[in-house]
Design a protein around this ligand. Structure first.
Ligand code: MG
Ligand code: ZN
Length: 227
């Protein structure tokens, strides 16, 4: 390999943040997530943490899931975003309960924000909670919310390296949706390759190729989540 290509700068953790602070923060979050998990279990509510970049199709997936499931499940949707209520307004049209969580400058939801949102709804009146995380494939991986299952949405329009560059978030995903399959050819992105990349880091994940906008693959997502 040429000298030029071998020049890689690897950040020492201490250069960019305080490791102990981070560990404390993550431990506190894990404890709160466990409390959320117990509360949800006690109330018989299944929760799904839905993660993915801005524009990957999280809201469209939730819109389709709610459309399919609202006749047989009692659903609430939490919607995390830095600002705006655009997505919540789309989902609220289904008549399901929604809670908007605006994080301000935070680029992920955490267990504490979810706990606050849980306090705003009657858990006895729902049995399925869909949580749309903030559009980001990095830190949501580290912040468990207390959801029973985790789903990651990526789309072929995000390019061929979404999985290999962000492999951490795929490691504990139960379901991975590869969205906008109809655009794969135009984007020159190989969806099978993306699937292989997911399987490489997490052989237990169910991978669903989908066109969420058109409802393609939604039933397979429902099956894979067991909801
Ligand atoms: Mg959205
Ligand atoms: Zn973040």
């Amino acid at each position: 390999m040429s000298e030029r290509r071998r020049k890689i700068v690897e950040a020492e953790p201490t250069e960019i943040y305080d490791v102990e602070l981070e560990e404390d923060l993550l431990q506190a979050n894990r404890d709160l997530a466990e409390e959320n998990r117990r509360l949800l279990a006690r109330c018989g509510v299944e929760a799904i943490d839905i993660m993915g970049c801005i524009g990957s199709g999280k809201t469209t997936l939730i819109h389709q899931l709610v459309g399919q499931l609202k006749g047989r499940r009692r659903i609430a949707v939490f919607k995390g975003d830095l600002t705006t209520t655009i997505d919540t307004d789309i989902i609220a049209r289904h008549g399901v309960e929604t809670v908007q969580i605006n994080t301000g400058k935070e680029c992920h939801l955490d267990a504490n924000l979810v706990r606050k949102a849980l306090a705003k709804i009657d858990l006895g009146s729902i049995d399925l909670l869909l949580i749309e995380n903030v559009g980001n494939l990095i830190c949501p991986a580290d912040f468990q919310l207390g959801a029973e299952k985790r789903l990651v949405v990526i789309s072929v329009t995000e390019g061929p390296y979404m999985v290999v560059k962000h492999s951490r978030i795929f490691m504990d995903a139960d379901t991975v949706v590869i969205n906008k399959l109809d655009l794969a050819e135009a984007m020159k992105v190989d969806a099978d390759r993306l699937e292989e990349d997911v399987k490489h880091v997490n052989s237990n994940a169910t991978v669903v190729k989908a066109i969420c906008r058109d409802g393609v693959g939604i039933n397979t997502v429902i099956e894979s989540l067991g909801v």
